[in-house]
Design a protein around this ligand. Structure first.
Ligand SMILES: Cc1cc2nc3c(=O)[nH]c(=O)nc-3n(C[C@H](O)[C@H](O)[C@H](O)COP(=O)(O)O)c2cc1C
Length: 383
């Protein structure tokens, strides 16, 4: 069985469908839900997603496919929100356990294969720089998934709907700041915990808004964000990029044609150790800013977020493993106050080795499984 994952409209698909006769096709039927970051596909029902919407078997489908083809609209140097959602919902394909792979911290495989994957990015007038961004993203995601890249190609689409020039929204209030918690873990999100440490350092009134409250009414969130001049996006790293839920909001903001003139800051955190792995997420936000006519003002990339979140309860985060992150928090808060752009800040844990982090993280998975009535061996389940 071959597997094709695509975001084509019905009309576009009808023109190419005959090429993929006999393939298993994953496309947008309008029912897909975004990943809620629960790790259920690792510690509740290993290998399969807990959201039963017809897209819950992605890990097993990829495993059983001889090869996988991904067709996506070129979106800010990465995948479109639908295809990215499929990637986010596929992490059960790998095991929760960590190892050092190609010099970086990554997950171990659940299945033995090196799955061949091909990618077709569709876009109008894609420059060599834009193509390089997409290649860079795919290489990172495939390293993370232990997939083997068979090919990355670009399809020139002259007829693709071009988004017109961007205007400043008439509802935008000078100085208005919105902090958006993009994690669907909502109040339990690490993203929110990190943003809460920035809040008291800010000179402007701000509240942290949960994206999860707007899933049924994304247009209301778009309206709220259009009224802000400064936006802080608090994001987890999902499959080396922006999670599908905030990516969808970013697409809608661009489509509104009114997202110009804003100052955008990012506070991103991740489960793996090396904060450098957040570079593609930051690049995607930066490219989105360019598409919208807004200013990318810098990001704080926090490595080992799943450990550092535990330190956010402490009065003093300036000492110990959170020291670099605490310094980054002060620098980004000062930039937000001044409305200045800064270089991206990469904050790895301070004086806490990667080896120790991997040891502690690997020890935590059987404990999580036990809470769900599973045994350690269940974590290795293959479907
Ligand atoms: C679907 C999914 C994909 C993820 N992909 C990555 C990844 O590529 N690299 C990484 O370091 N962590 C990854 N993580 C881990 C999250 O970034 C990490 O758990 C983060 O602390 C969650 O932040 P939050 O509580 O704000 O959602 C992933 C988590 C999920 C649920």
């Amino acid at each position: 069985m071959n597997l094709v994952i695509h975001d084509l409209s019905e009309e576009e698909w009808s023109k190419v469908a005959s090429k993929y006769e006999g393939w298993k096709v994953i496309s947008d039927n309008g029912t897909i839900k975004p990943c809620i970051g629960c790790f259920g596909c690792w510690v509740k029902s290993p290998g399969e997603c807990v959201i039963k919407d017809g897209y819950d078997q992605m890990g097993a489908l990829i495993h059983h496919a001889d090869e996988v083809l991904v067709i996506s609209k070129y979106t800010y140097g990465g995948l479109s929100s639908f295809v990215k959602n499929i990637f986010d919902r596929s992490i059960g394909w790998v095991s929760p356990y960590f190892e050092v792979y190609e010099g970086e911290m990554h997950h171990k495989k659940r299945y033995p294969e090196d799955k061949p994957m091909s990618f077709i990015f569709r876009g109008a007038g894609l420059t060599e720089e834009e193509r390089a961004k997409a290649r860079g993203y795919v290489e990172a995601a495939c390293r993370n998934f232990h997939a083997k890249i068979k090919s990355i190609t670009f399809e020139e689409l002259e007829t693709m709907a071009q988004v017109g020039t961007q205007e400043v929204s008439e509802t935008m209030e000078a100085g208005r700041l919105v902090m958006l918690n993009c994690s669907l873990r909502a109040d339990n999100a690490n993203s929110k915990k990190f943003m809460k440490r920035i809040l008291p350092l800010l000179e402007t009134e701000a509240e942290i808004v949960n994206l999860s409250s707007y899933l049924a009414h994304p247009e209301k969130l778009v309206e709220l964000l259009l009224s802000a001049e400064k936006i802080v996006l608090g994001m987890p790293l999902y499959v080396d990029g922006v999670p599908s839920a905030p990516l969808r909001i970013m697409e809608l903001l661009e489509k509104s044609g009114k997202a110009a003139g804003k100052k955008i800051y990012v506070v991103a955190n991740m489960g793996l150790y090396e904060s450098k792995q957040i570079c593609h997420l930051l690049s995607i936000v930066k490219t989105w800013c360019e598409a919208c006519g807004s200013e990318y003002c810098g990001g704080l990339a926090i490595g080992a977020g799943e450990m550092l979140k535990m330190m956010m309860r402490s009065e003093n985060i300036d000492k110990g493993p959170s020291k670099n992150m605490a310094e980054g928090t002060k620098r980004i808060a000062a930039a937000i106050n001044e409305g200045q752009a800064i270089e991206d800040i990469y904050a790895d844990p301070f004086k806490f080795s990667r080896k120790m982090y991997i040891f502690c993280a690997n020890a935590s998975w059987p404990l999580d499984a036990k809470k769900n009535g599973l045994k350690k061996k269940d974590l290795f389940k293959q479907l």
